[in-house]
Design a protein around this ligand. Structure first.
Ligand code: GLN
Length: 296
């Protein structure tokens, strides 16, 4: 009997607890519905996407001494950053229905700026390496190039196609894959890391370094722009295991921004815009721009 009444009491308590839990659950639900003022579309967005939509602009980070991908050019009397990556960035902004703002900074500071939220994406002919993937996400690959050693007219013959570059001082842009390519593929050379491509060129001209490793189109353009410099026979594919082309970098916290960028890249590749933009970038590399490269 006693046992029975204890059971009954226990049952009552269990029922009460259940009811309380259910009521609490309902209250939680309703308070959740009440505080839900944001529209469901916005709520799903990453903070970066919310900021882009709210401000009506998307900020791209780049290092504009990398023609034909990004470079300075005087347009209508104004110093302007232009190039293939910038045209692609404009397409990305257009598809999102916002304006594009460009921030020019040193190459080795780009990913930190992205992680810190100072830029929304990076378009800088950047290779999607495993190491960089630790801190950021990358779009589909959109650009490929060979690697070329740029040297002076007076020492270009020291860089035949099969050279191992033993003892040579080779300038590379700090934080670029060229630095890694040198140590993997040419361990007998000495790599000198320099922050800006323009300074690599100066050091090469003054004889401080023997050569520079650059993405091929950049080496070719600097050779045209600077009498006395030559793109050598030493031109090669990146280490196949490490050949990752160029991609756009986006914060890991903004998968929706990445998705939108991939869509734009796919669209321009499919509808022919990509080729037109590449031609447009090449056509901007006229005498003016070449003068600027010589001045730098
Ligand atoms: N492609 C090279 C890299 O990703 C160099 C890019 C650059 O100097 N802008 O590191």
């Amino acid at each position: 009997m006693k046992g029975n009444s204890i059971m009954k009491k226990a049952k009552k308590i269990v029922t009460m607890i259940l009811v309380i839990t259910m009521l609490a659950g309902l209250a939680a639900c309703s308070s959740k519905t009440e505080s839900k003022t944001e529209n469901p579309e916005t709520e799903k967005m990453s903070d970066t996407m919310k900021k882009i939509k709210k401000s009506g602009k998307i900020v791209v980070g780049t290092e504009a001494s990398f023609p034909p991908l990004e470079f300075h050019k005087e347009i209508d009397g104004k110093d302007t950053i232009t190039g293939f990556d910038i045209f692609v960035a404009e397409e990305i902004a257009k598809d999102l229905g916002v304006e594009l703002e460009i921030k020019d900074m040193s190459f080795d500071g780009l990913l930190a700026a992205l992680v810190a939220g100072n830029v929304d994406f990076v378009a800088a002919g950047m290779a999607a390496t495993e190491e960089r993937r630790q801190s950021v996400d990358f779009s589909i690959r959109y650009y490929d190039t060979l690697q070329t050693i740029l040297a002076r007219d007076d020492n270009k013959d020291e860089f035949p196609a099969d050279s191992d570059m033993k003892g040579k001082l080779i300038g590379v842009q700090k934080g670029s894959t060229q630095s890694e390519i040198m140590s993997r593929m040419y361990p007998k050379a000495k790599t000198v890391e320099i922050a800006k491509n323009a300074d690599i060129i100066l050091q090469l001209q003054s004889g401080k370094i023997d050569g520079a490793l650059l993405d091929d189109p950049i080496a070719q353009l600097y050779a045209i722009a600077n009498p006395g410099l030559t793109a050598t026979e030493l031109t090669f594919k990146n280490d196949p295991e490490y050949d990752v082309g160029s991609s756009i970098a986006v914060s890991k916290e903004a998968p929706d921004v990445l998705e939108s960028i991939d869509k734009t890249l796919q669209r321009i590749m499919d509808d022919g815009t990509y080729d037109k933009l590449l031609e447009k970038a090449d056509s901007m590399l006229d005498a003016d721009m070449i003068d600027m490269l010589v001045d730098e």
